[in-house]
Ligand binder design. Structure first.
Ligand code: BGC
Ligand code: NOJ
Length: 809
């Protein structure tokens, strides 16, 4: 069942009923100011950091769900309604929500009145603009009242939910004409305030939530709106809000537009006050002056559209597959930008107050983002590197605003260091910019080194932290945060003890071994390009040794083992009662090339198909754990079929798909791609439930009662990895240190396709022809009329356009 449709020409998903299975959201904002907005106008805004600089309040874990947002109320006689349906939920004559690239548009109508709201964050201002157009489609004049509503968060979203003894007394507001200023804590610790304004005179306002809603009422029936009369309340403490009342008379056929601006403004200490208690509004006035007319809004909106068009033009495919075209050209790239911006901080499943930027997560997000804005990727890599310690290990998370490692969480996840190589290598392949390696970056615990030195320490960390079988020590966990093999409790019920990577019991990870082969080789290739021959040779020796170890101690017979626990017991082996086979090592070892020439790669992938595949994707492990195992940790705390305990983790499905391309099975690679690809799941939205235009982290596995149901949409490494999979491995346009490599691996019946790819300042027009209906192999490569040996398009400095024809054969 569908709840809308894709409008590819407009790059929009159009939702045609407000009652979607779950809130289906969009992200407004590209850089500093962000709003999460659902299909019923729920959501919240923040500046840079969802925890520390939250502008508006959201109610988590509440009923009905999706509670609070930027709401508009239209009062038409006794009828009160919202263009986005919530919170009044009056049945509308028509409803539509269009989620586009950085904007959302809501259209509702009732009793011959229509209201259209267009919301977006302009490219160069820290604000959200919402233009509301009211139209009278009837034949009689209409007397309407329009009310706006936002509820302020007292900045620190965490404290805002807890510290009532203080917070109920600190709210401060200022009103100037049609602009409502929220200046809580400005007198003391803050150099910023927020505002909510409209571009016309108002007939009233409210800034006290209690006055607006009335006691024991909610945004679904605010007293002020129901009575049709704002109370001009000024909040002192309690819960400040901002609401405008505008009375409108519309002649038949008449439309009127209203431009609302929700903004964040920062002042320097010396320019904070205009007079005692009165904030300096110069910057606010300047900002507001830029959004006064429809023309202003149109211009800013056109700039945003152009920006996205230009960004996405970096990778565009035309193929016979509508779903592939729409995911690759629009939605997958869009989600890569969102994950780059948010890491795992703010979504409808991540509260914005829990996690900051993940070290491993951000490194992987780069893989899908680097082609969009390489300069921002560069900056990010250097930020991430500064969360590394001198011994090569890293903090697991850092806070976006302070860029400091998160000491509460600490480090000890032994895969983290290698992801820094992955991100940096992707950046260099994309840009050819080796100069990033000379940037000097501090280590979190003192000292500094070039980025190359950071990579060296990442590499050496694995070399110097191996366990009894010669496999990498897992530490607290590897990619699978829930595989906690070094956790013990002396007595049931006693608190856990976690051993650091080099002390105590010595659990090992086959997965990190696969990573080491993949990224160790990339490290060696970088060193070689820098002329550091000895380092490269030494690294390759280490990689070769790990390769052998993986095929010995890391091999179970028909697939790769997952790990050895702290007692030296196998995890992910046919000898185990449950959890006999895991997805991660099969995907990663094979994509790293381990076992390909020995025939073990194919065997491992065949085992995946036989034991882990399901109609909704590949499950993380089988059989699911049915009881809790202290020696395995959190993974066994989940009910069977959910999350890491045999859920379909969308993130590592592409690893297996990539692995299939490595051994040349394009049909199977594509089959795996399709199973978790949201555009292919649109028709079963009542089962899948999350947005059909973005990936979710997890789909419930076969063991779950809700098999096929997705959760945790938007902020997942799935976005980057599926984009890498489809763009580089299936369609086969691979940035490499030497230039753009053309290496497709597709189903035999995929047909010919063309791709436009921006790469190192040039545009490549690539045609892939497959007259023999093969799955892999390029027999001829013609670049601007000339036949080239091999399948790498030679990079020519300064050349702006390339025309490439690759024939599979
Ligand atoms: C989840 C993991 C997640 C981790 C983050 C766990 O509860 O299952 O998916 O990575 O928390 O700390
Ligand atoms: C989600 C986390 O963000 C990611 O870092 C981790 O790899 C996966 N869960 C698997 O546990």
């Amino acid at each position: 069942m569908k709840y809308g449709f894709f409008d590819d020409a407009s790059c929009e998903y159009v939702i045609t009923t407000p009652e979607t299975p779950l809130p289906w959201i969009n992200y407004l904002g590209c850089k500093d100011f962000f709003t999460l907005v659902s299909n019923t106008c729920g959501g919240y805004s923040f500046y840079k950091d969802a925890k520390l600089l939250r502008l508006t309040r959201y109610r988590y874990n509440n009923v009905p769900y999706d509670n609070n947002g930027q709401y508009f109320y239209i009062k038409d006689g006794a009828d009160v309604w919202n263009p986005g349906w919530q919170p009044v939920k009056r049945t509308l004559d028509s409803y539509e929500c269009r989620h586009g690239l950085g904007y959302s548009r809501f259209t509702g109508s009732l009793n011959q009145v229509s209201a259209q709201v267009l919301s977006f964050v302009p490219l160069n201002d820290s604000c959200e603009v919402s233009r509301l157009v009211l139209t009278n489609n009837g034949s009689a004049a209409k007397e309407l009242s329009l009310f706006s509503y936002v509820e302020w968060c007292l900045w620190n979203a965490d404290d805002d939910m807890k510290n009532f003894q203080r917070n109920l007394s600190i709210g401060e507001m200022e009103i100037e004409g049609s602009t409502i200023y929220h200046k809580t804590e400005y007198r003391e610790r803050r150099n910023h305030y927020a505002l909510y304004s409209v571009n016309c005179p108002v007939d009233g306002f409210d800034t006290s939530r209690d006055a607006f809603l009335g006691a024991y009422r909610s945004p679904s029936d605010p007293a002020v709106v129901m009575n049709g009369k704002a109370s001009n309340s000024v909040a002192h403490g309690w819960s400040p809000i901002a609401s405008h009342q505008i009375n409108v008379t519309l002649a038949p056929g008449e439309s009127r537009s209203f431009i609302f601006v929700l903004a964040y403004v920062e002042n320097k200490e010396e320019e904070k006050w205009e007079a005692p208690g009165i904030i300096n509004k110069t910057k606010a006035h300047e900002l507001l002056s830029r959004y006064q007319s429809d023309d202003d809004v149109e211009k800013a909106y056109a700039q945003l559209k152009e920006y996205w068009q230009e960004l996405l033009s970096g990778y565009q495919i035309q193929s016979g597959c509508e779903e592939v075209n729409r995911m690759v050209n629009i939605w997958n790239q869009y989600q890569c930008m969102v994950t780059f911006n948010m890491s795992r901080s703010a979504s409808y499943y991540e509260s914005g107050i829990g996690r900051g930027m993940g070290f491993r997560d951000s490194c992987q997000d780069l893989l899908g983002f680097v082609h969009l804005i390489p300069e921002r990727a560069r900056e990010r890599i250097l930020d991430i590197a500064s969360a590394q310690f001198g011994d090569g290990s890293t903090y697991h998370q850092y806070q976006p605003l302070t860029k400091k490692g998160n000491a509460d969480i600490g480090g000890g996840f032994n895969d983290d260091p290698l992801w820094l190589i992955a991100g940096t290598s992707a950046y260099i392949k994309e840009t050819g910019d080796f100069s990033i390696l000379d940037e000097v970056v501090t280590f979190d615990d003192g000292g500094e080194g070039t980025l190359f030195e950071h990579l060296t320490r990442s590499f050496r960390f694995t070399v110097t932290h191996k366990g009894p079988h010669g496999l990498p020590l897992i530490g607290r966990a590897d990619w699978n945060d829930c595989l906690n093999l070094n956790c013990f409790s002396a007595q049931p019920g006693e608190s856990f003890q976690t051993f650091g990577p080099s002390e105590g019991p010595v659990a090992e990870s086959v997965f990190i071994g696969g990573m080491f082969v993949k990224y160790g080789e990339e490290y060696a290739a970088i060193a070689e390009s820098l002329g550091k021959k000895e380092i490269a040779e030494d690294a390759r020796r280490e990689v070769a040794a790990m390769y052998d170890t993986l095929l010995q101690a890391g091999w179970d017979g028909d697939w790769f083992l997952r790990a050895y626990d702290a007692y030296g017991q196998k995890v992910g082996s046919s000898e185990c009662e449950e959890g006999q086979i895991f997805i991660e090592p099969q995907g990663f070892c094979v994509l790293a090339g381990v076992g390909v020439k020995e025939g073990k790669a194919q065997q491992a992938l065949d085992s995946v198909k036989e034991r882990l595949d399901s109609k909704y994707g590949i499950m993380l492990l089988q059989p699911a754990y049915t009881r809790y195992h202290l020696e395995l940790g959190e993974i066994t705390s989940y009910p069977p079929g959910y999350k890491e305990n045999a859920g379909i983790f969308c993130h590592n499905n592409p690893w297996v798909s990539i692995a299939e391309t490595v051994i040349g099975r394009g049909g199977r690679a594509f089959e795996i791609y399709k199973k978790t690809c949201p555009a292919y799941l649109e028709g079963i939205s009542e089962i899948h439930r999350t947005e059909p235009y973005c990936y979710s982290q997890m789909i419930a596995g076969r063991d779950a009662a809700t098999f096929g149901e997705a959760k945790n949409s938007w902020l997942t490494g799935t976005a980057a990895w599926t984009f890498v999979n489809i763009s580089q491995y299936i369609l086969g346009i691979q940035p490499s240190l030497d230039g753009l490599c053309i290496n497709p691996c597709v189903p035999a019946d995929f047909g010919d396709f063309t791709i436009t790819r921006r790469f190192r300042g040039a545009v490549y027009h690539i045609e892939v022809k497959n007259p023999g209906h093969l799955e892999k192999g390029v027999s001829s490569l013609i670049v601007d009329g000339e036949t080239i040996e091999g399948n790498v398009v030679p990079f020519v400095e300064g050349k702006k356009e390339y025309h490439v024809t690759a024939v599979m054969g």
